[in-house]
Design a protein around this ligand. Structure first.
Ligand SMILES: Nc1ncnc2c1ncn2[C@@H]1O[C@H](COP(=O)(O)OP(=O)(O)OP(=O)(O)O)[C@@H](O)[C@H]1O
Ligand SMILES: [Mg+2]
Length: 185
């Protein structure tokens, strides 16, 4: 019963975030966010939830000025990163890697895992709301299929995009790319 209520709580929360983002023009207040600190924080929160999977930082490339600061809406960016790491941890065999690249114009965050990956024909589909590829297999483990649609909306509202690909670890690689400086900020 408690589990069901938690589950319902999570669903309502996700649906609120999603509809707010979908309705258009959410009020995003962009701020300076230290990407390195954010990555460490989110890893620190999520890694203990599944001890059989090691969640670590991969190679991180800093801007020429050595800075790890980017412009973003901190809560939404954290939400997007958590959604990607949660997915990766759910599907990984043993490892998840979180990395970023910052250059003068852009910031890119990537989450890699060593799970089964996503077949190319499903690359566009997985971002659709309520879609779960592995419905029958892992229904018990979880979600409602909103996580990636939220990630996509968040990157869109940052003037960026979300991408999916093959990971060198053998599984999926999901990334977010957005402008390091938001126009008019
Ligand atoms: N790292 C990954 N490896 C393999 N498949 C993935 C991965 N991330 C997402 N998927 C597939 O994409 C589907 C959609 O992901 P999404 O995050 O939107 O939903 P969910 O994780 O099932 O539920 P929710 O995020 O709402 O808890 C997943 O159900 C899964 O089939
Ligand atoms: Mg998810």
């Amino acid at each position: 019963m408690d589990g069901d209520i938690d589950d319902l709580d999570r669903l309502v929360d996700e649906m609120l975030v999603y509809t707010r983002l979908e309705r258009g023009s959410p009020e995003l207040t962009f701020q300076a966010v230290d990407l390195s600190a954010l990555v460490d924080q989110v890893i620190g929160e999520l890694a203990p939830l599944r001890s059989s999977v090691r969640v670590e930082r991969g190679a991180c490339v800093l801007a020429d000025d050595g800075s790890t600061v980017v412009e973003a809406e901190p809560h939404y960016l954290r939400r997007a990163l958590s959604n990607l790491i949660t997915n990766a941890m759910r599907h990984a065999e043993t490892r998840v890697q979180v990395s970023f690249v910052i250059d003068a114009e852009r910031a890119q965050l990537a989450v890699d895992d060593d799970g089964p990956g996503v077949p190319e024909e499903a690359w566009e589909k997985v971002f659709a709301p309520f879609l779960r590829l592995d419905d029958s297999r892992t229904r018990a483990s979880g979600g409602h299929g909103l996580g990636l649609s939220i990630v996509r909306r968040i990157s869109y509202w940052h003037g960026g995009r979300s991408q999916i690909g093959h990971s060198e670890l053998g599984g999926a690689r999901f990334s977010l790319v957005w402008p390091r400086k938001q126009p008019g900020q």
